[in-house]
Design a binder for this molecule. Structure first.
Ligand code: GBH
Length: 446
């Protein structure tokens, strides 16, 4: 089974950037050579991770990185998106850990030799535990610690990095981590979630200032995730509920960056739940960006509910991935068009898109046709958005390989490459081969 798009599609041109993505905590392992982070603590708390696992070894990428770079190269991608482990490169006293930064220098140099563009995310959720012990993202000071971290690494890494993203998905860090309590650090209060979000966005703005100074030739920006909110029916009330959910879960993280204010729904929060915003903060948040990273997986559906603003409804009989998320590529097209209409955006990169499937390794191969279909459908949806005029420059599959899937542990597999966690043997899945062949077959326009 193949991935294919019309010959004339912009997605069929060599100028369009294709890549694969990972994140430090999810693949690296090497627990002993970095500071403990909030996910180590969360994993050691009973009942938080579905299979009781942790990220101490993960995919042993710290040891196997050379082999992994060969693997990435064998997929013929133009780019590799990775994240740095804050607690591997910065010591508790704020100084640089030379062994830690050396690991990334070697990795980035190896990518450069292979002409694979490095898209580096500075924060993909692994906050050093000692910072959490001081309040984590509830403490404004953390934003300045992040700026210092961004300042130090961008001075050292220089032009090895094609693109820097400050944060990955501040929605997940703040909402899932501080408001819903299902991600680290596992706190659960509206006021916490909203305050953490503000400090994360502040951290982003502060980091952008130093990135634009230290790495003016890199493409600097942020990665946001979007789960578009659809009504369960055409009733006005359900549509209103969906619009409110959209403000709360999606627009909350993008509107302040481009419009310098939070969505109107903030006004309806109780005063105790509203974030503390200091004078001048919004000017820091609105630093111009070189690119916007968009992560898309699925949509959610909402219903009007008298007691709450909106209620999420699980619809029966819709196609779903192995992690239970609905497969609905049309939402990808709609999302990109509506973002483009709503904001003055820089070029967009799709920094994550992919699916967990119930993969079976049989005779050293994984015939994951369901995942090939997912990619086919979502690339078609992306093509429609490009046709409609949205400026999209690249696309990253999540993920290079199966890895530690947060609260799901190792139970859910998102990789283009299968990982046997007993042997650490990697096997390219049918989807990985299809992605490789599709990328390889592109032509050069003009
Ligand atoms: C990304 O998060 C992460 O960046 C990455 O590390 C992770 O491995 C990958 O996706 C796969 O999970 O929660 O049922 O309402 C994506 C997070 C996924 C959060 C979709 C919202 C909505 C479905 N988002 N989710 S549900």
């Amino acid at each position: 089974m193949k991935i294919s798009l019309p010959e004339a599609s912009r997605l069929n041109q060599k100028e369009f950037t294709y890549g694969v993505a990972t994140a430090s905590f999810q693949i690296e392992g090497g627990y002993d050579s970095r500071l403990p982070c909030i996910w180590d603590t969360f994993c050691s708390t009973q009942g938080k991770i579905r299979d009781g696992s942790d990220g101490k070894s993960a995919c042993e990428h710290l040891k196997l990185w050379k082999e992994d770079i060969e693997l990435i190269d064998s997929l013929n991608v133009d780019a590799y998106r990775l994240s740095l482990s804050w607690g591997r490169v910065i010591n508790q006293d704020g100084s640089v850990n030379s062994e830690g930064i050396d690991f990334y220098i070697q990795l980035l140099d190896a990518l450069k030799r292979k002409k694979i563009k490095a898209f580096v995310t500075l924060y993909h959720w692994d906050l050093p535990q000692h910072i959490e012990d001081n309040g984590g993202w509830l403490n404004r000071e953390t934003a300045f610690l992040f700026q210092d971290y961004a300042d130090k690494v961008s001075q050292i890494l220089g032009d090895r990095v094609y693109s820097y993203a400050t944060l990955n998905e501040p929605f997940c860090s703040s909402y899932l981590g501080y408001e819903a309590g299902i991600h680290a650090p596992g706190l659960a209060q509206v006021s916490y979630g909203r305050q953490a979000a503000h400090h994360l966005l502040l951290a982003h703005g502060l980091a952008m200032q130093v990135l634009q100074k230290n790495a003016p030739h890199s493409l600097n920006g942020i990665v946001l995730n979007f789960t578009p909110c659809y009504p369960v029916s055409d009733s006005l009330q359900d549509k209103k509920a969906a619009a409110l959910a959209d403000e709360y879960f999606n627009q909350w993280y993008i509107k302040p960056l481009f419009d310098g204010r939070y969505p109107d729904i903030m006004g309806s929060l109780e005063d105790k739940d509203k974030p503390v915003i200091l004078a001048g903060d919004m000017d820091i948040l609105t630093q111009p960006l070189d690119f916007l990273g968009v992560n898309f997986y699925t949509r959610n559906r909402y219903q009007h509910c008298p007691e709450q603003r909106f209620k999420e409804i699980t619809m029966p009989d819709v196609p779903r991935t192995d992690i239970g998320w609905e497969i609905y590529p049309q939402a990808f097209t709609d999302l990109l068009i509506s973002l483009d209409k709503s904001y003055q955006l820089p070029p967009i990169y799709i920094t994550e898109n992919g699916a967990a499937m119930d993969d079976k390794l049989i005779a050293q191969s994984v015939n994951d046709l369901d995942r090939v279909q997912y990619y086919q459908g979502h690339l078609e949806a992306l093509d429609k958005a490009i046709e409609a005029g949205v400026n999209i420059q690249g696309y990253f599959a999540w993920s290079l390989m199966d890895n530690f899937e947060w609260a799901e542990g190792y139970l859910k597999r998102f990789g283009l490459v299968y990982v046997d966690y007993n042997t650490q043997v990697r096997t390219i899945k049918a989807s990985g081969l299809a992605y490789r062949d599709f990328i390889t077959a592109r032509h050069t326009d003009n």
